[in-house]
Design a protein around this ligand. Structure first.
Ligand code: MN
Length: 232
């Protein structure tokens, strides 16, 4: 058997303190998982079941890269997020077993074409064009649980050109890390290489060409993204 053209290279992200790479299978994202962010998006925070959307695995962007301002938007937004990296797959994972499925933690920036997302929301259409575009998933190096332990609290912060825009604490997640893994695994079978972006706190806002955006989370360092000119 041979392919009719060469298959795309395996998408991957860095592993902190190692030359090895973490192969990315899928990227799941939790919507509205901090109360103050739900409010700023015009929604009531709720413990109704969380909802998810996805990004393509090959949308990943490494720390230090420049992302060209994406097409078809006039309102590109940043979203600082804690990212879970799944090392052991499974379905119907019990909340008490969730942590054993996590290989590591990373810093993420869920780049969003906010105008397209809100237009889709209004019209009852899928969020894909607002969320799942090329190079929309900034993912820093994955820090193995073996080195950093599990993360259930700690400052999560985002700056643009040195000015603080988001400043919260991971402890404020509406749905905790073990709950997210368990709930997601009841809808789809999780697999090694899956990444889960856990949602952003309040303070989301625009990025324009030339901006330097830095996301930091206690214990995971910082991840820098520069916004380039609009791709022609
Ligand atoms: Mn998000």
């Amino acid at each position: 058997m041979s392919y009719v053209f060469p298959p795309a290279p395996q998408a991957s992200v860095a592993v902190a303190g190692s030359e090895d790479r973490f192969p990315v299978r899928r990227i799941f994202c939790v919507g509205r998982n901090y109360a103050a962010h739900a409010r700023e998006m015009g929604k009531d925070p709720t413990r109704d079941a969380p909802f998810f959307f996805t990004k393509p695995a090959d949308a990943v962007v490494m720390d230090g890269e420049t992302v060209a301002y994406p097409p078809e938007t006039e309102n590109l937004h940043y979203e600082a997020e804690l990212v879970l990296a799944i090392g052991t797959g499974g379905a119907n994972i019990a909340e008490g077993d969730s942590l054993s499925h996590i290989w590591g933690y990373a810093i993420g920036n869920d780049l969003t074409r906010r105008d397209l997302q809100l237009d889709a929301r209004e019209k009852g259409r899928p969020w894909d064009w607002g969320k799942a575009f090329d190079r929309s998933a900034v993912i820093g190096p994955v820090h193995p649980v073996a080195q950093v332990g599990h993360i259930d609290k700690g400052q999560i912060k985002l700056t643009v050109n040195g000015e603080t825009k988001q400043d919260s604490d991971v402890i404020k997640l509406i749905w905790s890390v073990p709950e997210i893994v368990s709930i997601l695994s009841h809808s789809i079978t999780l697999a090694p290489g899956d990444l889960i972006m856990t949602g952003t706190p309040e303070g989301v806002g625009p990025l324009v060409p030339g901006d330097v955006c830095v996301v930091s989370i206690d214990g995971l360092g910082a991840v820098t993204t520069t916004i380039g000119e609009r791709a022609s």
